[in-house]
Each structure stands twice: as C-alpha cells, then as structure tokens.
Ligand binder design. Structure first.
Ligand code: PLP
Length: 217
C-alpha cells in the first residue's frame, strides 16, 4: 500500500457513509519507522503524523519541522505525568487523556506554557486491564471534569480489543461522544479504518498500511 491508496480508500469510505469529502483526517502513524520512510511520506505532501512515545517523537519531529512547513503532530500513546510538559511542547494533539491526575497536570501546565494541545479522551471501550483509558461508565463524569478545568477536549479515542468486532467499540465510542456533545472521534487503524469512518471517525490512525510493517524492536 501507499499513502495514495489509503487516501483513496478514505475518500471512498467518506462517500459511502454519506459524509463530506475531507471529513476524516488521516494520521500517519510513524512510530518505529525509519526516517527515510517518513521523509518519503512528507515528500508526497502529507503533514499529519502520529507517534506513541514522547521520547521518540522528541528525537525526530523537531528536525522534520525545521525541514517541512505545516506539520501537525499527534501523540497517541499512553502519557506519563512526568512527560506531560514535553508532550505539550511537542504535540498539536494528545489523544490519550485518561485520568484525573493527568488532566490536572495538563491544566496547570497549560497556564504556565500559555497554550494547550487539542485533547482527546481515551475510553477503554473493551474494559481491558492492560489498556489505558477511562472506563465507559466513568466517561461522562471524566469529560465533565476536564471541561470544568477548561481543557480543550475535542473528542474521544479508543483502541478496540484485538479479538472483538471493532465496529461495536466504534459505535459505543460514537454514542458516548454524541451524548456529551463532542465531535471528534479518533478511531480506526490499518485493519479497520473504513468501519470506523462508517461509524463517524474524524481521525483515523494508520501506520503499517502506509509505511509497511514495523520492524520489531
Ligand atoms: C501503532 C498505533 C496505531 C497504528 O497501527 P497500525 O495497525 O499500524 O495502523 C494506531 N493507534 C495507536 C494508538 C497505535 O499505537
């Protein structure tokens, strides 16, 4: 696959779902990919990228930003509170706000730094022990808490369990977002982004289908 194949498939999925062309942002997930592959996608004109580790993002994106205009960087991995400042200085979006302690720290840092990335709240739709995210039953309360802190919450994010039908999780996330008046839905990866678009995704996070398989680390 290439970037062009994926953008074509996104356009078709938007159309099939009766959604406006361009309603969905493609986040090209570049974690662990060699710089040359990332550079090739930048050279094709793509500007929206995702990383799941703050450290790794800090190692490459300041350089890429100095070479290419208009980069939009999304952090999509679990965030430790001691990395929050660095994450906020690097990223335009953070998709993994998932607990009150982190919300409070981001709110305080936003005052200090004078800006705040756009935020998605991660919901653990599969209620999996090993996965980050607020439980579905706690989502409404946590969203209200974040809003009370004046945080720029744009939407919700989920990563469905690998062994379950992703559409059920996408539908649940969309329902929680709708009842809370949130428009952003960060959902869908290489194997299921078309299903996510059918259920309202505004941001799909696609890695291996664009860049090729990640080299195991
Ligand atoms: C790695 C990753 C992706 C991309 O996964 P692919 O299957 O390679 O498309 C999406 N979302 C998150 C949170 C990730 O960590």
């Amino acid at each position: 696959m290439t970037l062009r194949d994926i953008t074509d498939r996104i356009a078709k999925a938007e159309n099939n779902a009766g959604r406006a062309a361009g309603a969905v942002s493609l986040i090209a997930v570049s974690k662990v990919q060699p710089d040359a592959r990332v550079q090739a996608v930048l050279d094709e004109g793509h500007r929206i990228f995702g990383e799941n580790k703050v450290q790794e993002a800090a190692g490459k994106w300041p350089d890429f930003r100095s070479q290419y205009d208009g980069i939009e960087l999304h952090l999509i991995g679990p965030l430790q509170t001691n990395k929050a400042r660095q994450a906020m200085e690097l990223a335009d979006y953070i998709h993994t706000l998932d607990r009150p302690k982190l919300a409070n720290i981001i709110a305080r840092l936003a005052q200090e730094i004078g800006r705040c990335p756009e935020l998605f709240i991660q919901v653990n739709t599969g209620e999996e022990d090993q996965k980050a995210g607020v439980m579905p039953a706690d989502a409404d309360g946590f969203i209200a808490e974040c809003r009370a802190l004046d945080l720029p919450v744009r939407g919700l994010m989920c990563i469905p369990p690998v062994d379950e039908e992703a559409s059920l999780h996408f539908a649940l996330l969309a329902k929680i977002a709708a009842r809370n008046g949130l428009e952003g839905l960060s959902m869908g990866m290489s194997s299921d982004f078309e299903k996510a678009i059918a259920l309202g995704a505004t941001h799909v996070r696609v890695g291996s289908a664009i860049f090729g398989e990640r080299v195991p680390t």
